[in-house]
Design a protein around this ligand. Structure first.
Ligand SMILES: [Zn+2]
Length: 441
């Protein structure tokens, strides 16, 4: 991490969505000759370059024309132990968990292995332009600590927690509820609100957590201020049937979490592919957010996400990559996949580039309770951003030569840009990733 203390005026075309395009028109703001003024790690101004330069003639300009500035991406759902199971195609959720994910999760008991995977995972986030992520840790406390430490070393904003389960997975992944309480209390004391880290209470899903374990989650949330909660909800039809069998007293899947006070603001539930209207209304009323993971939903055949029903019910939605059920770390790819699936979903929404940028940035900040700090370039927010510049001979570079409008440019970025276009990533103005390029070598 390279600290940045001096004021800078970055000059490049820029895009951000300071408003929610599902609720307001003109949510996308862009400046073709843009300026982003950074002071002490925060945005001190965002607008047209010439106006900012005239207002701040003493601040040095960094000329970044040829590329684009976007707010840092926010991944609202991902699993660090699953880095190496990406690409396990051809299975459905419960079979995939058993055959691909859980054996790899068990390897996190080996601490040196966990440290290595944690470093690789955090590097992958940064190199794809992700500056903030809500991450499922490991079932083991030391491996979860390794993730926080890797995140701090890299300078990323990581919210994470030890994954809690006490049944139906495999014995080495289970904790006793008392042990979970003890280990979580220590992790919270050590990492919650230390630097850029935040702690998220993380019951894996209702299937693998007894009522006693869910009660531990409730207790932890009561005992500590500002914790997040993350879990899974309504991902596949088979999973939903199993939850109904295991919790016969619950009217539906969400009711299991509600019984223990887990549906609440700063709670992020991944997937929700198969909700009832009642569950959508209750999610909205409680302020719970949903992490939509379209690559994962398609790869595991979980189903088509009913985005319009979420939006109409007033449920806040953000984007998650769901590594490793998903297909990689890129929030741009995830945004494109959200667009593609909405094109073919019954009653799908026609999303534009502004919707995609919002879902990949500010929506995630809102879900994590960080919308006052990050997610767009409004003055006062942290200078968390990604600088994209397509390789000179790439299809994206060719498309951008003749793209006429900012919306068209942003749509092309979502369609064609991958990690090869990510040149620099900063959190609070400090560089957390910089690509070594052939042109600079
Ligand atoms: Zn997941």
């Amino acid at each position: 991490m390279i600290p940045s203390s001096r004021d800078e005026l970055l000059r490049a075309p820029l895009f951000h969505t300071p408003r929610n395009p599902f609720r307001e028109t003109s949510a996308l703001e862009s400046h073709t000759d843009g300026g982003l003024l950074i002071r002490a790690g925060r945005v001190a101004g965002c607008g047209d370059y010439e106006a900012l330069r005239n207002a701040h003639p003493d601040v040095p300009t960094v000329d970044m024309r040829g590329g684009f500035l976007l707010p840092g991406f926010i991944d609202a759902h991902t699993h660090f132990p699953q880095l190496r199971v990406l690409g396990g195609l051809g299975r459905s959720l419960l079979d995939w968990l058993e055959q691909c994910a859980l054996p790899e999760e068990a390897r996190m008991a080996d601490h040196s292995h966990a440290c290595r995977i944690a470093r690789g995972f955090v590097h992958a986030l940064a190199s794809h332009g992700t500056t903030t992520a809500l991450v499922f840790g490991a079932h083991f406390a030391p491996a979860t600590a390794a993730l926080f430490e890797a995140g701090e070393t890299a300078g990323l904003r990581i919210a994470a927690g030890q994954v809690l389960s006490d049944r139906l997975l495999r014995p080495e992944l289970h904790q006793k509820p008392e042990q979970a309480y003890r280990e979580n209390s220590l992790l919270i004391e050590r990492f919650h609100q230390r630097g850029r880290s935040m702690y998220a209470v993380t019951p894996r899903f209702a299937l693998s957590t007894s009522e006693a374990m869910l009660e531990v989650c409730q207790t932890l949330l009561k005992e500590h201020q500002g914790l997040l909660l993350q879990t899974h909800l309504n991902e596949s039809v088979q999973e939903i049937a199993e939850v109904a069998r295991l919790f016969p007293w619950a009217s539906d899947y969400l009711a299991v979490y509600e019984r223990f006070g887990l549906s609440r603001p700063n709670a992020v539930m991944a997937h929700d592919v198969h909700p009832s209207d009642s569950q959508l209304d209750r999610l909205a009323a409680s302020g719970t957010s949903v992490a939509h993971c379209p690559c994962s939903n398609a790869a595991l055949g979980s189903g088509l996400f009913p985005l319009r029903r979420h939006v109409n019910a007033g449920v806040r939605c953000a984007l998650g990559t769901d590594v490793g059920g998903g297909t990689g770390f890129g929030l741009l790819k995830e945004g494109l996949q959200a667009y593609l699936l909405q094109r073919i979903a019954p009653d799908g929404m026609l999303l534009d580039a502004g919707h995609l940028l919002y879902l990949a940035t500010l929506a995630g900040a809102e879900a994590l309770g960080l919308s006052g700090e990050t997610g767009d370039f409004r003055t006062g927010k942290f200078a968390d951003f990604v600088y994209l510049r397509p390789p000179a001979d790439s299809p994206l570079a060719a498309v951008l030569e003749r793209a006429q409008s900012p919306e068209r440019v942003l749509a092309a970025i979502f369609t064609l840009a991958g990690a090869e276009s990510v040149r620099e990533v900063r959190v609070e103005g400090s560089i957390v990733f910089r690509a070594a390029t052939a042109e600079e070598a």
